[in-house]
Design a protein around this ligand. Sequence first.
Ligand code: DAH
Length: 352
Amino acid sequence: MLDKVKDLYQEIDHYIVSSPEQLEQFRMRFISRKGVITELFEHLKTVPQADRRAVGQELNGLKNLAQERFDSFSQLIDEQRSAANNAPPVDLTLPTIPNLTGTQHPLTLVRQRIIQIFERIGFNVADGPEIETDWYNFGALNFPDNHPARDMQDTFFIEKSENGSPSSDVLLRTHTSNVQIRLMERQKPGTAFQPIRSIMPGRVYRNETISARAHCMFHQVEGIYIDRNVGFKDLKDTLYHFVKEMFEPGTQIRFRPSYFPFTEPSAEIDISCQICGGKGCNICKHSGWVEIAGSGMVDPQVIANCGIDPEEYTGFAFGMGIERITQLKYVVNDLRLYTENDVRFLRQFEGL
Ligand code: DAH
């Protein structure tokens, strides 16, 4: 019995109470009429007469300790409760501190707008690899073996064939036209032709020294439409629509004959300068016009290279630089700003 009393001394001594629930547990165990101490008092009768006095004294001591602890725990809990009640009331009408969520990058804003314009007239978005073989980036697109674009000066090569023939070269794509080839190739011979009407936004790479006007990595959106009876008129209609949607009202557009290995005929597309309204300024080199895209009717040989019959199917393609469109829309005159992550630049696009 004395051992039991000693254990309870220890237990009470180490007891910690920090909530009203724990205080109640303490009371039930040590103070209440059904608690362990009352129970021990009842057992006192069974202790031999000789020891009863000493054990009784110990038990009384235990009872007093339990009461003392209970009183001080109760006081503590009371204090906690009144501290909580006296805390200044929370003002639920206070405005919150807004989260700084960052802003969308201007190139993202422009890319999304371009996609939206073309999606609304039935183009879908296609994707393709940035690491490409020579065939998809050049060969299938009619670039002759000795075309200067294939030169080390312009293209980042990952693997260069040893025998000098470009066909096994692996490179970083220099334009998104590789996706056009991959889309056309996907047609299954012998099954019904699925018209292709897609745009392909993506990163492209060229071996240029970085300056205000050139970068080794930039973004393009190309488009392609292949079906029966697609003509140059469809190309013009589509790009007129794009310019009308993308730029200021009243923007002029002109098609200028040009050359690309993969289109015939080819045209470059100029719009009236957004900065000076066509009067002449530094951006348009005082011509009043700025170039925004290349385009043309897909060369029948390119269509045939992808296993589609060019006698039956025709189409147009176009390609533009997202940086260029962004420069004209937001008057950004240094390409390096797009990749330097300077928040003073990026914050200006907040809320657009
Ligand atoms: N691939 C060309 C370039 O990177 C742009 C281009 C021109 C794409 C004409 C086309 C096109 O699809 O038809 O400069």
